[in-house]
Design a protein around this ligand. Structure first.
Ligand SMILES: Nc1nc2c(c(=O)[nH]1)N[C@H]1C(S)=C(S)[C@@H](COP(=O)(O)OP(=O)(O)OC[C@H]3O[C@@H](n4cnc5c(=O)[nH]c(N)nc54)[C@H](O)[C@@H]3O)O[C@H]1N2
Ligand SMILES: Nc1nc2c(c(=O)[nH]1)N[C@H]1C(S)=C(S)[C@@H](COP(=O)(O)OP(=O)(O)OC[C@H]3O[C@@H](n4cnc5c(=O)[nH]c(N)nc54)[C@H](O)[C@@H]3O)O[C@H]1N2
Ligand SMILES: [Mo]
Length: 755
C-alpha cells in the first residue's frame, strides 16, 4: 500500500473485487469481522435493520442480501468493536482533542456513557442520566423565551424518535427545528411542492423496470447510493438509456461490476456499461441544460398535448419563454455545445417514459429551486409524471431524512399539522415559524440562541462558514449532543456541554414493554420496520426515543403527554402518529406486513394538490445566476468514496484515483495553464464573496492540485475541509440551502504542505 502513488487513474469498473476487498478491510479495521457478517446479512431485510448508509430503497421482494460496499462501511462503523470510555476522556483535554483530525476522532469507536464538560479541567467527566436530564431541563426552563433554544436533527433518527422530539419541542414552546435537510434536499421540497403539490419524489423502484430513459443530474451513486447501481445496471441491460450530467466523469456512472454477478466478477471483467451518454456541463450549468432541452422539445412539438391540457397550467407562457432563448446564451451558461444539448434533448424525445434523478450537484446552488422546477417542467412537457417508468426522483441522503420531515421535523409547520398535534396532545402549539439551519447559526452568533440541542449529526463541521459557526456554538450557554460516535461538535461546545450516547440501528432496543423496533421512510416513501440484533455497545446507552421522552418528562412537569408510557412500547407512539399524520392509518398493522407500506403519493394518480389542483409550468430567467467572474473559479465540494458526510472512514477516493490524502483540489489542464500552476503544486483556496458590505475573503490552506477531466473554470474538493469557504449568506434562493457547490474562489501559491 505504501508504495502506491497518491494519485492514479482508476480504469476498472466501479464495484467488483475492489469493493469486496474494501468492505472486508472496513470490517477488519473496526474489529467486527466475526459478528459483522451476521449483522450485514440482516441489513435491509424484512426482519432486520434499515441500513444506516443511505435512503435508497431496498428490494424486499428479492429478499437476498444486497451487497453494498459503503453500506458495509456504515454498518461496520456503527457495529465497531472500539469504545470511547471515561478513561479516554480522562486522558485527553478538549484542547488536545481539538488538534486531532476528524478521521482520528471517528476512529475511537462508540461512545459509552453520558459525559458533561468540566471547564476547570477542560475535560469531559461522567454524569448520571438523571442528572444530565435535570441539567438540560434547568437550562431550558431558565431561558427568557423558548425561542432561545434550538433543536437540530440529523436524518438518521427514526420516525418514533422524530415524532416524540418535535412534540417535545412544540410543547416546550418553539418551532426551532432546523435539520440536515436544510443543507440537503430542501430545494427539492420547495420546488416540487409549489409545482406538483408534493415535495417528495413520486417514482418507485418498479418504475426503474419500466423507464426507457433515466436522466441523472448531479449525483454520484457509485459512492453515495451504491445499491442504485444495481437498478441502473438492470435497466441498462434491457436497453433503457442512462444519461448522466456531471462536470466530473464519475466511474460509477460509467461502468459497474456487480459483485453478485459471476460474469462481472471474472478476472479482467469490464463490468456493465451504465451511462450511454455522458455530458459534462459546467458547475451550475444545469438550469441552462434543462431549458435548452425543453426548448428543443417545444420547438419540435414533441409534447404530450393531452396531458398538458388535462393536468397543467402555464404552458403557453412557458413555451414562449423558451422560444425566446438564444443558443449562444444557452451554450455559455450550460458549458455544453448546441450539438450536445440537441443530442440530450433527442434522447429525451426518443423515450416514452423517463425518470429524472438528482442529488446535491443540483440542490447546493444559488438557483437550485429554479433548476429543479426546470427539470420538472421538462417532465411535464412529455407527460412524464404519474405513469409507469416516469417521474421526478430526488435521491435523498440520510436513511430517514424523508421520514423525519413527514414526522414534523420542520421549522415551518403547516397550521393543519399543528392543529392536529394540539388536539391529540391537548396543548396549544406555537405558531410562529422557527429557525432553519442558517437562522440557527445567526441566532447563536447574536446571542438569541442560548441552548443548542442536537439529535444526531455533526453541526460544527457539516455547516457552512466554519469559523463563524464554531464561534456561534461557543457562544451558547449549553450545547447537548445525542450521538453514537465522537465528533468535532462535542469539542466546539457551549459554556456547559453534554454528550448523550445512544443506541444505533444495529442494536437491540429493550424497553419496559420488551424489545422494540422503529420505523423509517426511504427516498421512495416506503415505510418499514427496523430492528437491531447486536447487543448494545454499552449497557449505559439509551435509545433516542427514551432520551427524548425522559428529557421531556424532566423539562415539562405539566405536560399531559404520558412520555414514559409511550416509550415503554413504541406501538403506542405509532398509534399517536397514526392519529396525527395523514397516510399512517392503521400504522402498527400495516408496517408489520412484509416490506412495509407505501405512503400514498397523489402525483402517481396525476393528482396535483396545488392551490388550483394542477401541475404548473414555471418560467425562470436564464441569466441572473452568480456572476461568472472571469478571474474566479467555481468550486464544488463533494464526498470522497471513503466518508459518510463528516465521518471520514479513510483517506482514499478510489474511483477518482486518490490515495492517502484528502486535501486535494481537482482542476482542468486549461486552468493550470491559464493560472500558471503545475499539476501537484500546493495552493490555498480563497473564496471571494461580495455583498452590500464589500468583499469578504475566506481561506482553506494547503491543497494539492490534481489535473483532472473537469470543465475549465470549475474546481472540486472534499467536504468538510472546504466548509470554511462557504459564506453564511451564500445560499439557494427560497430554500436557504448553503451553496456549497458553487463557491467562487481564487487559488494562491501555498507554503503549507498538503496533509
Ligand atoms: N457512502 C456515502 N453515502 C452517502 C453519503 C456519504 O457521505 N457517503 N451522504 C449521504 C447524504 S446525506 C447525501 S445528501 C447523499 C449525497 O449524494 P450525492 O448527491 O451524490 O452527493 P455529492 O458527493 O455531494 O455529489 C454530488 C455529485 O454532483 C456533481 N456536481 C456538483 N456540482 C454539479 C453541478 O453543478 N451540476 C451537475 N450536473 N453535477 C454537479 C459532483 O461532481 C458529484 O458527482 O449521499 C448519501 N449517501
Ligand atoms: N460543503 C458541504 N457541506 C455539506 C454538504 C456538502 O455536500 N458540502 N452536504 C450537506 C448534507 S447533504 C448534509 S445531509 C449535512 C449532514 O450533516 P449532519 O447530518 O449533521 O452530519 P453527519 O456527518 O451525517 O453526522 C454524523 C454524526 O452523527 C452521529 N450519528 C451517527 N449515527 C447516529 C444515530 O443513529 N443516532 C444519533 N443520535 N447520532 C448518530 C455520529 O455521532 C456522527 O459523528 O452536511 C451538509 N454539509
Ligand atoms: Mo444529505
Amino acid at each position: 500500500m505504501s508504495q502506491r502513488k497518491p494519485i492514479d487513474v482508476y480504469l476498472k469498473p466501479a464495484g467488483g473485487w475492489d469493493a469486496l476487498k474494501s468492505s472486508w478491510h472496513a470490517l477488519r479495521e473496526q474489529q467486527v469481522v466475526m459478528k459483522g457478517a451476521g449483522t450485514l446479512l440482516r441489513t435491509n431485510q424484512p426482519s432486520g435493520f434499515d441500513c444506516p448508509g443511505c435512503a435508497w430503497p431496498d428490494r424486499n421482494a428479492h429478499s437476498t442480501f444486497e451487497f453494498c460496499e459503503n453500506g458495509v462501511k456504515a454498518v461496520a462503523n456503527e457495529a465497531t468493536g472500539k469504545r470511547v470510555t471515561r478513561d479516554f476522556f480522562a486522558a485527553h483535554t478538549v484542547a488536545e482533542l481539538l488538534a486531532w483530525d476528524d478521521h482520528a476522532l471517528e476512529a475511537q469507536g462508540r461512545l459509552t456513557e453520558p459525559m458533561r464538560y468540566d471547564a476547570a479541567r477542560d475535560r469531559y467527566v461522567p454524569i448520571a442520566w438523571d442528572a444530565a436530564f435535570a441539567t438540560i431541563a434547568n437550562a431550558l426552563n431558565a431561558l427568557a423565551s423558548p425561542d432561545e433554544a434550538i433543536f437540530y436533527t440529523s436524518g438518521r433518527t427514526s420516525n418514533e424518535a422524530a415524532f416524540l422530539y418535535q412534540l417535545f419541542v412544540r410543547e416546550f414552546g418553539t418551532n426551532n427545528l432546523p435539520d440536515c435537510s436544510n443543507m440537503c434536499h430542501e430545494p427539492s421540497g420547495v420546488a416540487l411542492t409549489e409545482q406538483l403539490g408534493s415535495g417528495k419524489g413520486s417514482v418507485l423502484l418498479d418504475d426503474f423496470e419500466h423507464a426507457q430513459a433515466i436522466f441523472i443530474f448531479g449525483q454520484n451513486p457509485g459512492t453515495n447510493h451504491p445499491r442504485m447501481l444495481g437498478e441502473l445496471r438492470e435497466a441498462a441491460k434491457r436497453g433503457c438509456r442512462i444519461v448522466a450530467f456531471n462536470p466530473l466523469r464519475e466511474r460509477g456512472l460509467e461502468r459497474f461490476a456487480d459483485p453478485k454477478s459471476p460474469l462481472d466478477m471474472r478476472p479482467g471483467g469490464a463490468g456493465a456499461r451504465i451511462a450511454s451518454a455522458y455530458f459534462q456541463p459546467r458547475i451550475g450549468g444545469d438550469l441552462a441544460v434543462a431549458m435548452a432541452m425543453a426548448k428543443v422539445v417545444v420547438e419540435r412539438d414533441a409534447i404530450d398535448h393531452e396531458f398538458i391540457a388535462a393536468h397543467t397550467r402555464g404552458y403557453d407562457l412557458f413555451a414562449d419563454s423558451l422560444r425566446a432563448l438564444e443558443w449562444p446564451d444557452l451554450e455559455r451558461e450550460s458549458g455544453l455545445t448546441h450539438n450536445e444539448l440537441e443530442q440530450a434533448a433527442q434522447l429525451y424525445i426518443d423515450s416514452a417514459a423517463t425518470i429524472v434523478c438528482w442529488g446535491m450537484g443540483i440542490t447546493q446552488h444559488h438557483r437550485s429551486v429554479a433548476t429543479i422546477q426546470m427539470l420538472a417542467n421538462l417532465l411535464l412537457l412529455r407527460g412524464n409524471v404519474g405513469k409507469p417508468g416516469a417521474g421526478p426522483c430526488p435521491v435523498r441522503g440520510h436513511s430517514n431524512v424523508q421520514g423525519d420531515r413527514t414526522m414534523g421535523i420542520y421549522e415551518k409547520p403547516s397550521d393543519a399539522f399543528l392543529d392536529r398535534l394540539g388536539v391529540e396532545f391537548d396543548f396549544a402549539p406555537p405558531r410562529a415559524h422557527g429557525f432553519d439551519t442558517l437562522d440557527a447559526i445567526a441566532a447563536m452568533r447574536d446571542g438569541r440562541g442560548q441552548v443548542f440541542f442536537a439529535l444526531g449529526g455533526n453541526f460544527a463541521t457539516a455547516t457552512p462558514d466554519t469559523a463563524l459557526t464554531q464561534a456561534a456554538l461557543r457562544n451558547c450557554a449549553l450545547t447537548v449532543h445525542v450521538s453514537t460516535k465522537l465528533n468535532r461538535s462535542h469539542l466546539v461546545h457551549g459554556r456547559d456541554a453534554l454528550i448523550l450516547p445512544c443506541l444505533g440501528r444495529t442494536e437491540i432496543d429493550l424497553q419496559a414493554g420488551g424489545p422494540q423496533a422503529v420505523t423509517v421512510e426511504d427516498s421512495m416513501s416506503m415505510v418499514h420496520l427496523s430492528a437491531g440484533m447486536n447487543p448494545p455497545a454499552s449497557e449505559q446507552l439509551l435509545s433516542e426515543p427514551a432520551i427524548v421522552a425522559r428529557l421531556a418528562a424532566a423539562t415539562l412537569p405539566r405536560s399531559r403527554t404520558p412520555w414514559l408510557e409511550l416509550v415503554a412500547d413504541y406501538d403506542r407512539i405509532r398509534e399517536r402518529i397514526a392519529r396525527v399524520i395523514d397516510g399512517f392509518e392503521d400504522f402498527n398493522a400495516r408496517v408489520r406486513t412484509a416490506g412495509g407500506f407505501h405512503l400514498h403519493h397523489p402525483n402517481r394518480e396525476r393528482a396535483f394538490p396545488t392551490h388550483d389542483g394542477r401541475a404548473h409550468f414555471l418560467t425562470h430567467p436564464l441569466l441572473g445566476a452568480t456572476a461568472w467572474d472571469q478571474d474566479l473559479l467555481t468550486l464544488m465540494t463533494v464526498r470522497s468514496h471513503d466518508q459518510y458526510n463528516t465521518t471520514v472512514y479513510g483517506l482514499d477516493d478510489r474511483y477518482r484515483g486518490v490515495h492517502g490524502l484528502r486535501r486535494v483540489c481537482f482542476i482542468s489542464r486549461a486552468d493550470l495553464q491559464r493560472f500558471g500552476f503545475a499539476d501537484g503544486e500546493q495552493v490555498d483556496l480563497v473564496s471571494v464573496w461580495r455583498d452590500g458590505a464589500g468583499v469578504q475573503e475566506r481561506e482553506a490552506r494547503g491543497f494539492r492540485l490534481v489535473e483532472y477531466d473537469i470543465p475549465a473554470g470549475c474546481l472540486a474538493a472534499y467536504f468538510p475541509e472546504t466548509n470554511p469557504l462557504v459564506p453564511l449568506d451564500s445560499y439557494a434562493e427560497r430554500a436557504r440551502t448553503p451553496a456549497s457547490k458553487s463557491i467562487p474562489v481564487r487559488l494562491r501559491r501555498s507554503a503549507v504542505a498538503p496533509a
